[in-house]
Design a binder for this molecule. Structure first.
Ligand SMILES: Nc1ncnc2c1ncn2[C@@H]1O[C@H](COP(=O)(O)OP(=O)(O)O)[C@@H](O)[C@H]1O
Ligand SMILES: [Mg+2]
Length: 255
């Protein structure tokens, strides 16, 4: 086994089945610390499935089968005795549709860390502020932290959900088409945020928007019909793709 310490996540020969349907076929890829790793591909290629394996949210779906190996640092996250609560704290997931709780802005961020039990009031308030700062939302909401999160715009709600993930102090942030419902200004804000966050976190960005992948990621994998077609530095993949299918996809010749 090739244990390179520079990899944050190492996926080897990962296959995934929903019943008889194979949604991932022998996926092998490594994600390095402090990079924004992009995962692109047409709808139903298996992008969300791969993210759901990385924090074991897939366990919630009945009838699935997973084979292969996935390591987070040196931990085997597919092991039956993997601590799922701990894993999901280390690997946070932001979904495409913002899902704020029907509570105040402050509570949306403070609730989970408080339940995890480690923070005093002062620590929670500081955590809320740093998380909102990091998600570039603080200036817009600092005077109304007690307002309902549901009053925020869609773009603000998505940054709130990103801040909520950050408040769990994860190591890896998974984003599943996080800007698909947002206007260009909110989208740009999220992309700027990712650029800052990669100093501190490892980020996996799923998008079916190739322009966003080209702008916002360091390396990229192209997934097509459950298989990885190509992996490489984003600039290289977008300028000299090695596979004709990648070329077709990035030049929008795919149906
Ligand atoms: N809960 C599920 N049960 C059965 N099949 C599923 C389920 N979720 C996804 N699939 C199937 O797995 C394939 C990959 O889906 P998904 O990972 O969501 O792709 P993507 O995110 O690239 O659009 C699709 O064919 C989809 O229909
Ligand atoms: Mg998806």
């Amino acid at each position: 086994m090739n244990d390179q310490p520079q990899d944050k996540i190492r996926i080897e020969d990962l296959s995934f089945f929903y019943g008889d349907f194979q949604a991932l076929d022998a996926v092998t890829l490594a994600i390095r610390p402090n990079e924004v790793f992009g995962l692109m591909g047409p709808a139903k290629s298996g992008k969300s499935t791969l993210l759901r394996v990385l924090n074991r949210m897939c366990d919630l779906i009945p009838g699935i089968k997973v084979t292969g190996r996935v390591r987070l640092d040196n931990d085997d996250i597919l092991a039956p005795d993997c601590d799922l609560v701990g894993l999901r704290r280390r690997v946070g997931l932001v979904l495409s549709r913002p899902t704020p709780l029907p509570r105040s802005i402050f509570e949306n961020l403070a609730l989970a860390p408080r339940l995890a039990g480690r923070k005093s009031r002062g620590e929670l308030a500081a955590l809320v502020e740093t998380s909102l700062q990091a998600a570039r939302l603080w200036d817009e909401v600092k005077d109304r932290l007690q307002d309902s999160a549901l009053k925020l715009s869609g773009g603000q709600q998505q940054r709130l959900c990103l801040a909520r993930t950050l408040a769990m102090e994860p190591e890896v942030i998974l984003l599943d088409e996080p800007t698909s419902g947002l206007d260009p200004i909110s989208t740009a804000k999220i992309e700027e945020t990712l650029l800052q966050l990669k100093n501190q976190y490892t980020i996996v960005l799923v998008s079916n928007n190739t322009k966003q992948i080209a702008r916002a990621t360091d390396r990229v994998a192209f997934l097509l019909m459950s298989q990885i077609i190509e992996i490489g530095d984003t600039r290289r993949v977008f300028t000299v793709p090695k596979d004709k299918r990648t070329d077709d996809y990035i030049s929008d010749r795919f149906g």
